[in-house]
Design a protein around this ligand. Structure first.
Ligand code: ZN
Length: 350
């Protein structure tokens, strides 16, 4: 039953697309008046077809174009559910400027319940940027976001969470791009206003021609204000993380002047903690991972964080921290593969 309904929705979405085929995001943005438009971009590669759903909500007054993306990873549910709710709640009449919303960037990964990758081509959309117009479906989705969405945006927010196997502490993050200080300051300000306690800044050393790989790094490279929320974990919908994301987005929209709701809950927020350094601990060898720690736990340098065994239960490696810090995310399930990130530890350096 559910399958039949979802198929009908897809078909009608395709039908509405064929009528709007020639309309680019730019053309929709130029239309007069205040409106909401749900549209899709069709993607074809050999015999494989998919689509990118896009909602554009234009307010009466001119203002910032604020883009919100969920579901670049289709198994990260709290961002997707939060954006479903937010998209229903927002009234075009209360919007200033424009919101561009991609409710699920990887619809195939979402529908087929696939962590990290698009099942159509086995590629991770989050490492595919800038993509290409004649590549596989994932390359084409990345290309559409790179060419249609980011250049028409002033602010680009990409929302992720812990995937099926990831235990994650909620945080907001941005790239510390030093040659565009105004954008970087704006990204920090939006992060600090989000109400999410932990703010993470990543180093930015990308040249103009290097592939950005990640969506919000692509937006940073294109010279707009870009940031990402990470909230949710282990492949489930947690109501508290859905609410955390919604509140953070409303707080950001209020700060950017795009939406005044009175829903902003900045008064309850804790003091922002900025973590500007990250230590990534990689998996040394395939095996079975044991750890009593969880995301958000504070750890010390030289602390044993867990261990890895083989299939016979023989301990192969202790995992030892190289730094004091807080666990931003870790693998939260037993199987681990050589080279994967096992822990990401955040800490601060002046
Ligand atoms: Zn993700």
């Amino acid at each position: 039953m559910i399958k039949l309904i979802s198929k009908a929705v897809v078909l009608s979405a395709f039908a509405s697309f064929s009528m709007l085929k020639s309309q680019s995001v730019k053309e929709i943005l130029q239309q007069n008046g205040s409106f909401r438009k749900d549209t899709i971009f069709s993607i074809k590669s050999d015999s494989k077809e998919t689509y990118l759903p896009v909602t554009i909500i234009k307010g009466k007054e001119k203002g910032t174009v604020f883009t919100i993306v969920a579901g670049i990873h289709g198994y990260e549910y709290p961002p997707i559910v939060a954006i479903q709710e937010l998209s229903k709640e927002i009234q075009p009449g209360n919007v200033k400027g424009t919101l561009i919303i991609i409710p699920i960037a990887s619809v195939e990964a979402f529908q087929k319940r696939t962590p990290f990758i698009n099942p159509l081509d086995g590629k991770n959309l989050n490492t595919a940027f800038p993509g290409s117009s004649n590549g596989t479906p994932t390359d084409q989705i990345a290309h559409l976001i790179t060419k249609e969405i980011i250049p028409n945006s002033n602010i680009f927010l990409d929302i992720h969470g812990g995937d099926a196997n990831e235990d994650l502490l909620p945080f907001v993050c941005y790239y510390n791009r030093k040659d565009t200080p105004e954008n970087t300051q704006k990204a920090y300000d939006l992060s600090a206003k989000s109400g999410i306690e932990y703010v993470v800044s990543y180093p930015y050393t990308l040249t103009a021609t290097e592939p950005a790989k990640y969506a919000f790094k692509e937006a940073t490279q294109q010279g707009i204000t870009a940031l990402s929320i990470e909230a949710g974990k282990l492949g489930t919908v947690q109501k508290d993380n859905v609410n955390l994301i919604k509140t953070a987005v409303y707080n950001m929209l209020e700060h950017s002047g795009n939406y005044v709701t009175g829903k902003s809950k900045t008064e309850t927020k804790k003091k922002t903690v900025l973590l500007n350094q990250q230590d990534y601990i990689r998996v040394p060898e395939n095996g079975i991972f044991y750890s009593d720690l969880k995301s958000g736990d504070k750890i010390k340098k030289n602390q044993i964080l867990g261990y890895i065994t083989d299939e016979f239960g023989n301990k192969k490696h202790d995992i030892v921290s190289q730094t004091d810090g807080i666990i931003l995310y870790k693998v939260g399930t037993p199987p681990v593969n050589k080279g994967e990130t096992l822990f990401c530890i955040g800490y601060s350096e002046k």
